[in-house]
Design a protein around this ligand. Structure first.
Ligand code: TRP
Length: 448
């Protein structure tokens, strides 16, 4: 059991806050034209993400076990089909695929810790920073080393069961990351083109929004909150009965969104002040923040600390991605903790090689070009697209339908402690109609 509500919020935020907030959110916002995309993303968080998080935590707390077993228990108790446990399988597969590329990006952050500490950014300009990043991407061996270091870190923590010690450390490190982000926003305010960056993020221009952009926003709402794959069910199973699920889910969502918006506010003023391209893709933060670290006083220290904390945030999320895979190997295949972690971790590491090659040797390989929605996508793009834009929303859809239409109503009321009041009706309405309709519409539009 979590010692308190706060402990749960910190742990769930540890999973939620990661590369999704600081690396992915700014670059997909840049690619999708800014304001209108951000607005859709915020709506997705509030209207779809938060209700699904509540639903997941609730399933986990009522079931009290690992996601698949919680689902199995609930379906048995309520006399439902055992097929609902497939949500759990979907989640394990998605975790496996996500971690394979997540680790490669975590490796980029690791390599930037060293670059920062070595003072490489000092006195640099947009061109030299761009070249530095381009050099990293074009070199599969360096990427391989950092990807390996990242996976070793994650495997060691998951295998060693040293999570409780780690959780204490996270509780100190995450607030520091938050403060550093504020420092970066302060720098952007004083030295960047803050007005333009702010307008880019918050002034919606709907002519820039595409249907794929809407799907990306929806998928990212799931990705950034660690939803649709049972991770929040796992955390929910440790939540004490007297804690309000609704309040906690709202708190986690707010923290997560705040981190993403702060990252955007730190990055876009620099993008515009330095004449960079907002839609330049996955390298965006690695090509903008180093400029700030190269110019500001104490930049070597701030830069090193920032990338180190980004690694910590990435590792804490990565743990929550490896854990379900290991748990599955342990429960279903009877493999021990250490072997399970090694088998899972090494398989994921191998799959990561495909992502590494997507940035250099195989940059022009688009294996599913014959399918329109997958056109021009590298293997990395495909892994990202299939997990975030298809698997997670699908998992979320099933969770919404399960709780909205099938789960025992009395149990839901008890879990949420909002007995048939107005809030309860809204919650059920969202899960029954809004979420399924939204996910289905966005899916159909994109597939057609
Ligand atoms: N939410 C994390 C991020 O934003 C990524 C992540 C960790 C995740 N665990 C997850 C996403 C489980 C989906 C499901 O970086």
């Amino acid at each position: 059991m979590w010692s308190s509500r706060l402990a749960f919020i910190l742990a769930a935020s540890g999973s939620a806050v990661g590369l999704g907030n600081i690396w992915k959110f700014p670059y997909i916002t840049g690619e999708n034209g800014g304001g209108a995309f951000v607005l859709v993303y915020l709506l997705c968080i509030a209207l779809i993400g938060m209700p699904i998080m509540i639903a997941e935590v609730m399933i986990g707390r009522r079931g009290g076990r690992s996601p698949i077993n919680s689902l199995r228990m609930l379906t048995q108790r309520d006399g439902l089909s055992s097929r609902w446990t497939w949500i759990g399988w979907l989640g394990i597969t998605a975790s496996f695929l996500i971690l394979s590329f997540y680790s490669v990006i975590g490796g980029w952050a690791l390599s930037y810790v060293g670059q920062s500490a070595g003072g490489i950014f000092t006195g640099s300009n947009a061109d030299s920073i761009g070249a530095l990043f381009g050099g990293l991407l074009s070199d599969p061996w360096t990427l391989l080393i950092w990807h390996s270091v990242f996976m070793v870190l994650v495997i060691t923590i998951v295998a060693g069961g040293i999570r409780s010690g780690m959780e204490k450390a996270i509780n100190i490190l995450m607030p520091i990351l938050f403060i550093l982000l504020l420092v970066m926003v302060g720098y952007a305010l004083s030295s960047g083109d803050f007005a333009q960056g702010f307008a880019f993020l918050f002034q919606p221009d709907f002519s820039k929004l595409t249907t794929e952009g809407v799907l990306t926003a929806l998928g990212h709402a799931f990705f950034t909150l660690s939803l649709g794959m049972g991770v929040m069910m796992a955390y929910g199973s440790y939540l004490p009965k007297n804690v309000s699920i609704v309040k906690t889910a709202v708190a986690v969502s707010v923290v997560d969104t705040a981190v993403a918006l702060l990252a955007g506010l730190a990055i876009f003023p620099l993008v515009f002040a330095n004449g960079l391209e907002p839609g330049s893709g996955p390298g965006l933060i690695f090509q903008t923040l180093p400029l700030a670290f190269g110019q500001m006083t104490g930049g070597v220290l701030f830069g090193t600390l920032f990338f180190a904390l980004l690694v910590v945030a990435a590792v804490t999320s990565a743990i929550s991605l490896l854990e379900p895979v290991v748990e599955w190997l342990e429960e279903q295949k009877g493999i021990g903790r250490l072997s399970g972690t090694l088998i899972g971790g090494i398989s994921i590491w191998v799959l990561g090689l495909f992502t590494i090659l997507s940035f250099n040797e195989w940059a022009d390989v688009h294996p599913l070009n014959f399918i329109p929605v997958f056109e021009n996508k590298t293997i990395f793009d495909l892994l990202d697209y299939v997990t975030a834009n298809l698997m997670m929303p699908l998992g979320g859809l099933f969770i919404a339908i399960f709780v909205g239409w099938f789960m025992n109503k009395q149990a839901i009321e008890n879990q949420l402690d909002i007995h048939n009041g107005f809030g309860f009706k809204i919650f059920m309405f969202i899960l029954r109609f809004i979420t399924p309709a939204a996910v289905a519409t966005v899916f159909i539009y994109n597939l057609i």
